[in-house]
Design a protein around this ligand. Structure first.
Ligand code: AP5
Length: 210
């Protein structure tokens, strides 16, 4: 299954993508994680992206389209994949179509802006593998340590409140129109994402099987 997860920053795309990836045994492809990894490794692309990502702006389309083009060539994508955080603009969606990539389903996780702000201010992420946690709702087994890879949990720079608000504005203007784009293709399912993680997962699985 070739799947896209849509939703505002902090809607739970990364959290749900990790669960679906394990259940369906297909890779989770997060453009945010790929860019942050490039930043940590100090690559040219990472350095170019730094000012965008830190201020909550979108990285230019040509950069992320290039990342996805390369990543989808990997053998592990042959039986399907989950795109988490791509596409984020209409030109990115059009580029995916132009590449001839077949998309089976697009799941949009809907969460209100005020809940997003609470979630992102309490989010901690593994600095090694990117897995997200929350200081109240989704704690790791050992405080400050990732359950999966024992990496340290840190707060993302773009999870500061003013940057979260800037990201939400960009989401509403640039990314939300993708709902109409995929609805017109008959691929969109909308999932209510404000319940507990398990409840959102259950709704997402129903949408996947529909
Ligand atoms: P990216 O890393 O993709 O950030 P994002 O879309 O803003 O999404 P987040 O990772 O913030 O949230 P999420 O929806 O994955 O939520 P999560 O599961 O973590 O991108 C970062 C930046 O990279 C962008 O700003 C941009 O600069 C650049 N970029 C990336 N892709 C790009 C593209 N295609 N084009 C251009 N630029 C691009 O959950 C959030 C928190 O809530 C966690 O703490 C979690 O534990 C908690 N939580 C999740 N679900 C629940 C629940 N049901 N109940 C309670 N808490 C929950």
């Amino acid at each position: 299954m070739n799947l896209i997860l849509l939703g505002a920053p902090g809607a739970g795309k990364g959290t749900q993508a990790a669960v679906i990836s394990e259940r369906l045994n297909i890779p989770q492809i997060s453009t945010g994680n790929i860019i942050r990894e490039a930043l940590r490794s100090g690559t040219e692309m990472g350095l170019k992206a730094k000012s965008y990502i830190d201020s909550g702006k979108l990285v230019p389309d040509d950069v992320v389209i290039g990342i996805i083009k390369d990543r989808l060539q990997n053998d592990d994508c042959q039986n399907g994949f989950i795109l988490d955080g791509f596409p984020r603009t209409i030109p990115q969606a059009e580029a995916l179509d132009e590449m001839g990539v077949r998309i089976d389903k697009v799941i949009d996780i809907e969460v209100s802006d005020d809940v997003i702000v609470t979630r992102l201010s309490g989010r901690r992420v593994c600095e090694k593998c990117g897995r997200p946690y929350h200081i109240v709702d989704l704690k790791p087994r050992v405080d400050g340590i990732c359950d999966d890879c024992t990496g340290a949990l840190i707060q993302r720079k773009d999870d500061q409140i003013d940057t979260v608000k800037a990201r939400l504005e960009i989401y509403h203007s640039e990314t939300e129109p993708l709902k109409g784009y995929y609805e017109a293709q008959g691929k969109l399912s909308v999932v209510f994402g404000q319940g507990k993680v398990d409840e959102t997962t259950a709704l997402t699985m129903v949408a996947l099987e529909a």
